[in-house]
Design a protein around this ligand. Structure first.
Ligand code: B16
Ligand code: MG
Length: 216
């Protein structure tokens, strides 16, 4: 029986993946390059430093910078990203998200955040939904990032649930893989072919039907 739902953040709760990518594009421009929009999907669900490596690789500049320069670029990107999301309000919630959170709370299901983003709590506050969350995984305390299961297991363990009592909801291939390797039921949001490893895929959050994974 499902007792807990663990949400990914960027690309599920809100479309902040657009702001992440805008900030990466601006970084690439500052280095004299244009970032191919197709790179965006590879930066989803992976850490800030891993995303930087993917971006530099895509513009043919990997291996050219020192550790300190890499940290500075990642810090600058994050400052720009935070500037962009500081404008967020509850209007930036994915359609159907607050209805889903209310429904889960009403059914006594625990709710957790399983995001790779260090900006998770800030964004939940901006979106006005912090009060729904029983636990937020701290990505800095997670040993192995997605696609490893640690992000999702940290939430289930903190709340005292077995993996089979949990559902994870993700928009990224790395995230779906993390949920499945944690032994949880995986809900994918997006393209069925891309997220084929998920147990069920809905095009959008507003298409989620909890009867597909919650007992009556
Ligand atoms: P930050 P998620 C991930 O969030 C994003 O998808 C990914 O693009 C980003 O690099 C990562 O968080 C780290 O985010 O730089 O804010 O710490 O999809 O796991 O909610
Ligand atoms: Mg995501």
């Amino acid at each position: 029986m499902i007792k807990c739902v663990i949400f990914d953040l960027d690309g599920v709760i809100t479309s902040s993946s657009d702001q992440h990518f805008q900030a990466w594009c601006e970084l690439a421009e500052s280095l004299g390059h244009t970032l191919d929009p197709e790179v965006e999907v590879y930066t989803r669900g992976v850490s800030r430093m891993k995303s930087l490596e993917i971006v530099l690789d895509a513009i043919g500049m990997s291996g050219r910078f020192s550790e300190d320069e890499m940290v500075k670029m990642a810090t600058d990107k994050n400052a720009r990203y935070k500037e962009l999301i500081s404008q967020f309000t509850p209007d930036n919630l994915e359609p159907g998200m607050e209805t889903l959170l209310t429904e889960l709370k009403g059914k006594g299901i625990k709710i957790a955040l399983g995001s790779a983003s260090k900006n998770g709590p800030f964004l939940l506050e901006r979106l006005g939904i912090m009060q729904y969350f029983d636990f937020i995984t701290d990505p800095a305390a997670v040993k192995h990032p997605k696609p490893a299961p640690d992000t999702f297991l940290a939430a289930s363990e903190a709340l005292g649930f077995l993996p089979e009592e949990c559902v994870g909801i993700e928009d990224a291939v790395a995230g779906v893989r993390a949920i499945k390797s944690a032994g949880m039921f995986a809900v994918g949001i997006g393209d069925r072919d891309v997220l084929a490893e998920a147990d069920i895929v809905y095009p959008k959050v507003s298409d989620i039907d909890t009867r597909d994974f919650l007992a009556d």
